[in-house]
Design a protein around this ligand. Structure first.
Ligand code: URA
Length: 226
């Protein structure tokens, strides 16, 4: 298990690579790439679709109107932006029209080109819970699932929990989704709390148990009868 400082170095190096990325044509129109932000050992990762105009200008994910709603939803369940890692599937802003243009959904080619960056972020950070916001982020993990069918349900994937959520921006077009988002964020809060209490009871048990003898430890490791 890498130490927090090893993770920090690996993530910083990865962010540098992402900032130089030219794997799809979006590099020609972006102000800058937006790798992600948050602690390198965050237990919770939030994944959105792609940077919008504000994110492209500031180099940070979710700093526009959707970001403000995201901050409110996080704090409603006792989480702050500073304790989660936030990123997007696509790291550069897709838009149409003459600059500054209008945000658009990323194309399949842009998503494929960017995929390995998120793979690397997951490998380095090793979050326990990944909240995927919107269709594009859900499809990265579950290509055949629909957000309307699985939102708010914890799904298992590669040893971690994936929690699908509607994208906060969707709540601006469909007001009724605000309440759904609130409820689904409650689920995120519950999952985080459940994981924390599991961790602390494991730590308490480890402290209470007498230290295992060397022979016993190696027998258990090899899983052989004593
Ligand atoms: N929408 C996203 O999906 N990501 C951002 O960073 C901002 C808005």
């Amino acid at each position: 298990m890498p130490s927090p400082s090893q993770k920090a170095r690996a993530l910083e190096a990865l962010h540098k690579e992402i900032r130089k990325c030219r794997r799809c044509p979006l590099w020609t129109t972006r102000t800058q790439a937006v790798p992600g932000v948050g602690p390198p050992d965050a237990r919770v990762m939030l994944v959105g679709e792609a940077p919008g105009r504000q994110e492209d200008v500031q180099g940070q994910p979710f700093v526009g109107t959707a970001g403000r709603l995201l901050d409110t939803l996080l704090s409603s369940v006792g989480l702050s932006r500073g304790e989660v890692y936030i990123t997007n599937v696509v790291k550069s802003r897709p838009f149409i029209g003459p600059p500054p243009g209008h945000n658009r959904a990323p194309t399949a080619g842009e998503i494929v080109a960017c995929r390995a960056w998120l793979d690397d972020q997951l490998r380095i950070i090793q979050p326990e819970i990944v909240a995927v916001m919107g269709r594009v982020a859900l499809e990265y993990f579950f290509p055949n699932r629909k957000i309307s069918e699985v939102h708010g349900r914890a799904l298992a994937h590669d040893g971690r929990i994936i929690l699908p959520l509607f994208h906060p921006a969707a709540a601006f077009h469909r007001r009724e989704l605000r309440e759904t988002l609130k409820q689904d964020f409650l689920k995120l809060g519950q999952l985080v709390r459940a994981r924390s209490s599991r961790r602390s009871s494991r730590a308490r048990l480890a402290q209470a148990a007498p230290p295992m003898k060397r022979k016993e430890r190696s027998r258990r490791a090899q899983n052989t009868p004593g």
